[in-house]
Write a protein that binds this ligand. Structure first.
Ligand code: FES
Length: 87
């Protein structure tokens, strides 16, 4: 598991291994717009302010993924203990 911090509210949520970031955020009442939930449509694209995502999407180019400044919370996870999101 890993933690996600919401930069605007300071809320921190733990993302368990059997749930997505979108699901973990929904559980605390934070809705991220989604459509495909498979990493292909781009709807859930979210800015990353700190931490290193574990990109599992097919939407971004490898170059975009390497920037680590945005990720797809419907399917991607984290390589660092915490991700700070622009939410
Ligand atoms: Fe489609 Fe996340 S909902 S990429």
């Amino acid at each position: 598991s890993f933690e996600v911090e919401l930069a605007r509210s300071g809320q921190v949520v733990v993302v368990g291994k059997d749930q997505s970031v979108v699901q973990a955020l929904a559980a605390i009442g934070v809705e991220v717009p989604t459509s495909c939930e498979q990493g292909v449509c781009g709807t859930c694209l979210t800015r990353v302010l700190a931490g290193t995502p574990d990109h599992r999407d097919l939407y971004q180019t490898p170059q975009e993924q390497a920037c680590n400044d945005q990720f797809m919370p419907c399917c991607s996870r984290s390589r660092s203990a915490r991700l700070v999101l622009d939410l």
